[in-house]
Design a protein around this ligand. Structure first.
Ligand code: DMJ
Length: 631
């Protein structure tokens, strides 16, 4: 048998290939591999392959940046799904991304992007509102900021007068004084409580409270627009830097839907509309998404408390044994939620508040009145307590402001407002023997002849709404607004400190005074000066500036401490007993309204802006382009 001798140095391959054959085979293989990698990296639409092959860290750049911007560590919380194409086209419609097809928008194209909020903000400024893509902030929608600004009728801060020629030097000096108070309130907060929700000026520390679900910096976010308005630039930059670097949304506590909405969402929205800084828009939207589980109820009427961790919700224990939602709470979301939709392109926010409107429109109203407690399960009123003060107040305010913010197109809101006001006039309005007009509280037909400090916003609201009432009612509403505001001033004037109590009564010969110590406190609330501001703008009657100045003097005398402003426990005692709290709304509202009272009418003109119930300005939705000033 012939045995073929195989050279030892050329072993036979297991496949029986000889050297030249192997060489050719290897050549073919390497060609194939090159072709595959070429296809993987060079051909378009290869993202699916890339996801399969690339390391997990680089799989989802969009998500990564969301985490950075919103302060989330990576992949801790499921992010909400990206928004589809906006139903409402971006104003102006001129920028490239707003013209992109929905398919392209959803594709989240991957290209180099800024990696943090600072860069995001710079990008927005540089581009006059150029869109940040989803990969930049997790909010896949563009908003044309310059187009928005060009539609304003007045410059945001008003027409600047040459200060040296301003004849009213007294007015200017008073405005400067209020600015100094803001600066002092801010510096004190910064020194002792930076990053906490509130300053405690006596103990010189910070306080977190339990309304915000673990969110911090309520004073900062509530202050942003006031600092901007007063041109406290350094302080505004400090506040903005804190939001960029330290405002984290990955919190897990229980929050008040209402308080987070009016203070945080309202503050962020205003800061965005005033500055165009993307960080505020992105954080407002991400925070808005965290509030949505509150609406998971059979009627869609949200419950008052939302758990940021579990996404569960509940009603306040004190609200009819945990069975009710509160009118002022679920009725004061409309303005902010419409703007969340405007800025995100996500219809979910608008749908939530439209549904609330629908429920309220349908339900039977006793004598045309809206009681304060409603079951989010059955959609029925749970008690017949009606009030324009606490529990009811800002619901009425948001009706008339929805009409105004819609550039007078939301006719339903207008009708609901005037119908409600008529019922209030018929059943709750009274004049005291001493001639003071007041709005009482109604308990199933029986009146409590008292007015809360909170109800004193109604003078301003009625003044604001007077102009769009039926011709024959306008003068009447103007007069009513003036009378209510005068009564609220009386509640201040009749105290030793010239500050007003939490509630005041009209019975047993007493008028506009508190009847017990537990109602005699003043916690730096804004409602009375808020009405002075609206009445001043409507009438230019100097009395409102005089009354406003009385408040400034009283705040300085009784509420200013060495380390910030504090509420007092008894307005009838000239020896102040401080409550050790500088409320966030003192910076957001009280000082802002006072400052506006001593400013020109076109500073945050009421033609262009409505104030939310925490005094955060939100723009009127001018849809035309007949602007007179771009701000
Ligand atoms: C603010 O937080 C808001 O104005 C709210 O509507 C009720 N009142 C406080 C200030 O008093």
């Amino acid at each position: 048998m012939l045995m073929r001798k195989v050279p030892v140095f050329v072993p036979a391959s297991p496949w029986g290939l000889r050297l030249p054959q192997k060489f050719v085979f290897l050549l073919f293989l390497s060609g194939l591999v090159t072709l595959c990698f070429g296809a993987l990296f060079l051909l378009p639409n290869s993202s699916r392959l890339k996801r399969l092959f690339l390391a997990p860290r680089t799989q989802q750049p969009g998500l990564e940046v969301v985490a950075e911007v919103a302060g989330h560590p990576l992949a801790r919380e499921p992010e909400s799904p990206p928004n589809p194409a906006p139903a409402v086209p971006a104003p102006g419609g001129g920028d490239a991304s707003s013209q992109a097809s929905p398919r392209r928008r959803n594709a989240w194209p991957r290209r180099p992007h800024p990696t943090g909020a600072r860069e995001a903000a710079t990008a927005a400024r540089g581009g006059g509102g150029a869109a940040l893509g989803p990969q930049d902030g997790g909010v896949p929608f563009s908003f044309d900021f310059s187009a928005f600004r060009s539609r304003l009728r007045h410059p945001v801060l008003g027409t600047r007068v040459d200060e040296s020629k301003e004849p009213q030097s007294l007015v200017r000096a008073r405005r400067e004084k209020i600015k100094e108070m803001m600066q002092f309130a801010w510096q004190s907060y910064k020194l002792y409580a930076m990053g906490k929700n509130e300053l405690r000026p006596l103990t010189r520390d910070g306080y977190e409270g339990n309304m915000f679900g673990g969110l911090s910096g309520a004073t900062i976010i509530d202050s942003l627009d006031t600092l901007y308005l007063m041109e406290l630039q350094e302080e505004f930059q400090e506040a903005k830097a804190w939001v960029e670097e330290n405002f984290h949304l990955n919190v897990s506590g229980e929050a008040s839907l209402f308080e987070v909405n009016i203070r945080y969402i309202g503050g962020l929205l205003s800061a965005f509309y005033l500055t165009g800084e993307e960080v505020f828009r992105v954080k407002a939207i991400k925070l808005g998404e965290k509030l949505l589980p509150a609406f998971n109820t059979p009627t869609g009427i949200p419950k008052g408390v939302v758990n940021f961790k579990s996404g569960s919700n509940r009603s306040w224990g004190w609200a009819m044994a945990g069975s009710s939602s509160i009118l002022a709470e679920f009725g004061s979301l409309h303005l902010e939620f419409l703007h969340l939709t405007e800025l995100s392109g996500n219809q979910v926010f608008a749908e939530k508040v439209r549904n609330i409107r629908k429920v309220l429109r349908k339900i039977n109203k006793p004598f045309g009145l809206y009681p304060n407690f409603l079951s989010p399960v059955s959609g029925n009123w749970m008690q017949h307590h009606v009030s324009v003060g606490g529990l009811g107040d800002s619901f009425y305010e948001y009706l008339i402001k929805s009409w105004l913010m819609s550039a007078k197109t939301d006719v339903e809101a207008k009708e609901m407002y005037y119908e409600a006001l008529e019922a209030i006039e018929t059943y709750l309005l009274n004049v005291s023997p001493g001639g003071l007009t007041y709005i009482a509280e109604w308990r199933g037909g029986i009146l409590d002849h008292k007015m809360g400090h909170l109800a004193c916003f109604s003078g301003g609201m009625i003044a604001l709404g007077a102009e769009d009432a039926k011709e024959e009612k306008r003068a009447h509403y103007r007069e009513l607004a003036a009378q209510i505001t005068k009564t609220c001033h009386e509640s201040y004037a009749r105290s030793d400190t010239k500050l007003g109590p939490e509630a005041f009564w009209f019975n047993s010969g007493r008028e506009a005074v508190a009847t017990q110590l537990s109602e005699s406190y003043y916690i730096l609330r804004p409602e009375v000066v808020e009405s002075y501001m609206y009445l001043w703008r409507q009438t230019h009657n100097p009395i409102y500036r005089e009354w406003g100045w009385e408040v400034v003097m009283a705040l300085e005398k009784y509420c200013r401490t060495e380390a910030g402003f504090s509420g007092i426990q008894d307005v009838y005692s000239s020896i102040p007993n401080h409550d050790n709290k500088q409320q966030t709304f003192f910076l957001a509202e009280t000082l802002k309204y006072l400052y506006l009272l001593f400013s020109e009418d076109d500073m945050l003109s009421l033609e262009d802006w409505v104030f939310n119930t925490e005094a955060h300005p939100l723009p009127v939705n001018h849809s035309d382009s007949s602007s007179r000033a771009g701000g």
